[in-house]
Design a protein around this ligand. Sequence first.
Ligand SMILES: Cc1ncc(COP(=O)(O)O)c(C=O)c1O
Length: 384
Amino acid sequence: MAMTKPATRPANPRFSSGPCAKIPGFSLDMLNDAPLGRSHRASVGKSKLAAAIDGTREVLGVPDDYRIGIVPASDTGAVEMAMWSLLGERKATMVAWESFGAGWVTDCVKQLKIDADIVEADYGQLPDMAALDWDTDVVFTWNGTTSGVRMPNGDAIPADRAGLSICDATSAAFAQDLPWDKLDVVTFSWQKVLGGEAAHGILILSPRAVARLESYTPPWPLPKIFRLTKGGKLNEGIFEGATINTPSMLCVEDYLVALDWARSVGGLSGLKARADANARTVWDFCEDRDWIANLADDPATRSNTSVCLKFTDGRISDAEAFAKAVQKRLEAEGVALDVGAYRDAPAGLRIWCGGTVETADVEALMPWIEWAFHAELDAQAQAA
Ligand SMILES: Cc1ncc(COP(=O)(O)O)c(C=O)c1O
């Protein structure tokens, strides 16, 4: 049964899970105050970098005694910097429930080659985090961007842990609560929830993480780009805006503009409410239909940013080809760009719902998914 195309299209079809949609109303003119062609060590550059650090602390509610640094190589740079600098003092526990967490397991096992337990869960599930040995250093992802499964809260992490909790929070920061007292290292990149630019990462360290840095020297060589200490002491400059190497002041300006926008929508609680409303639109759509479902098994672990969906209709013969074809139809209609499941994840759709996406656009997209699903089923039936 052919369906007619919905009458309304999303005003902005950008639902990519990274780089994510820019802030509503974004234009390059907004970056006119970037000190281009100036040294990042000049006072104008230093004050922009300090404002980026201070704004991060303010909007995310990072405690005063946690250090915040701007580091190279996006979230990957921040996570690997932490792993290479901190791990090896004790046993590690590497936790993965999707592709990016699995990448950190590979780092630990194949590159650092340290003693580690590996705890994994399939796409759609969260491992039993309370059962982990938190006296080891635990490396995990708060929100699995490629499975749409997130930590519901920090209850599983003991306050009196002896190890460090090292958390890749790149698709959670600015959309979900991060329990700072339970987290020793938190990383994210600008290209995610605030729709910033890639290439720069943020590394946040608890006092316990700093104590580890100052009391332990890893046995492996550390490239300059990873070095957080100088003469056995924390290089405090990094956490005041004296970056290890040259940052892009255009990206810094873009982040400052995004932080201003975040304040204008009510800060973290406003951002969370926007992501929740977006994700709820998709969840409700799925709940009313028997052919599409959230990849996350437990509703408490459903992501409000990277919402991952699977097609569950028994008439679908090739899940991979079907999902790709639906995605292509959505893209060809200009209603949703980049919504295919991640290459290593189960076939389906992934719709970014972070705060820079407008709820009206998510609402407008839903009938198009219904249309594309039926159009593709018809095409499949005709080809059979
Ligand atoms: C959970 C997670 N970790 C790490 C990364 C890598 O981020 P980047 O490319 O910014 O280094 C991503 C990117 O999507 C991610 O979702």
